[in-house]
Design a protein around this ligand. Structure first.
Ligand SMILES: [Mg+2]
Length: 349
């Protein structure tokens, strides 16, 4: 089938606080074809991402044939090459992600198959999920078996105690076999991480996430032996197979967390997973419980462990995508409907 039109839209979010992280600036990308089949994708970059898709990528896409994942990969390479002078990381790749996911959705709908079938079939019928957020007890009550709590280090020595208390509380709520993680969102540094590793070791955490800026690969590599057996995790702020190849070369991280709606979509996700498999590094995509990452995890022999953010667990949120899968008994499965299987709430466009 041939692409006849491409349009990106920034949705009309209602539950807005003054932070880009409210909706991660997520955009919707719609691809139309000469067969009438329409693909919908979810990318990043906000209104800037919308402009990149509508004013640049659209002219590169209209008229192209899309019938196989190989065609999508060739389109990905073309968009990457053409946007390279201003792209490579950040907004341009967040925008490519939306296009790439729309093309996978398109292929699934055209072949009447869920995306995990397009990717070769489900390797697992359901994926182990974990809940990210501050309400440790609530997530356990909702059926989650694993949990990641946030922690910010402000410079106050009392913050060590806060982390230890949260870790002890989570361990007590979820039990000795649960995976408990902490995301400090780049608020620790090397000294704080070293001291935290000592203080938190008794709680046997699975990983410390984003301890340093993602630009400091050598610093993170140095912290891996300090933290062990807890892993130094990260990657939600990295882009494409090229960025993750740098992480691999630097030995910077013990677990990779690409965001499939930011890092370059399924095409980049597959390439990143290939690099991770070769390096023996586990992959747990950022926000992997949302359908975009979930189909990839389900079809993968390597990626696992789906993250659900607290904004997806709380009732007070914008419902941009309807019919999203829910966690049952600690597991989540991708929809078996054609494409990604989530329904766009058109009223928000
Ligand atoms: Mg994070």
């Amino acid at each position: 089938m041939k692409i006849t039109d491409v349009r990106a839209v920034y949705p009309r979010y209602q539950h807005v606080v003054p932070s880009w992280r409210t909706h991660f600036w997520q955009i919707v990308v719609r691809v139309e074809t000469d067969t009438g089949t329409v693909g919908l994708g979810y990318g990043g970059g906000g209104v800037a991402g919308v402009e990149i898709v509508n004013r640049h990528y659209r002219e590169l896409l209209v008229g192209r044939e899309v019938n196989t994942p190989k065609d999508i990969a060739a389109i990905w390479d073309h968009l990457y090459d053409q946007s390279l002078p201003y792209g490579r990381k950040g907004l341009a790749i967040m925008a490519i992600s939306g296009v790439d996911l729309a093309l996978y959705d398109l292929l699934g709908k055209a072949q009447d198959k869920p995306v995990y079938e397009i990717l070769g079939g489900a390797q697992k019928s359901r994926v182990v999920a974990y809940a990210t957020g501050p309400n440790s007890e609530m997530y356990r009550d909702r059926g989650f078996l694993h949990h990641k709590f946030p922690h910010r280090f402000s410079g106050d020595p009392a913050d060590y105690e806060t982390a230890a208390t949260a870790a002890a509380n989570a361990r007590q709520l979820y039990g000795p076999d649960a995976r408990i993680m902490v995301d400090c969102y780049m608020s620790w540094d090397a000294d704080v991480t070293t001291r935290m590793a000592d203080i938190l070791s008794e709680h046997n955490l699975y990983w410390y996430e984003d301890v340093l800026t993602p630009d400091d690969l050598a610093g993170q590599a140095d912290l891996r032996p300090v933290a062990t057996p807890t892993l130094i995790a990260g990657g939600e702020h990295e882009f494409t197979q090229h960025g993750f190849a740098d992480i691999a070369r630097a030995n910077a991280l013990g677990l990779w967390q690409p965001d499939i709606t930011w890092c370059g979509g399924i095409t980049a996700g597959l390439r990143i997973i290939d690099l991770a498999r070769a390096a023996g590094i586990p992959v747990s995509p950022h926000r992997g419980a949302e359908v975009w990452g979930l189909h990839l995890i389900a079809a993968s022999d390597w990626a696992d462990f789906a993250e659900m953010h607290s904004d997806h667990i709380n009732a007070q949120r914008d419902q941009l995508w309807l019919d999203e899968p829910e966690v049952v008994d600690g597991y989540i499965a991708p929809p078996d409907r054609p494409g990604f299987g989530a329904t766009l709430n058109e009223a928000m466009l």
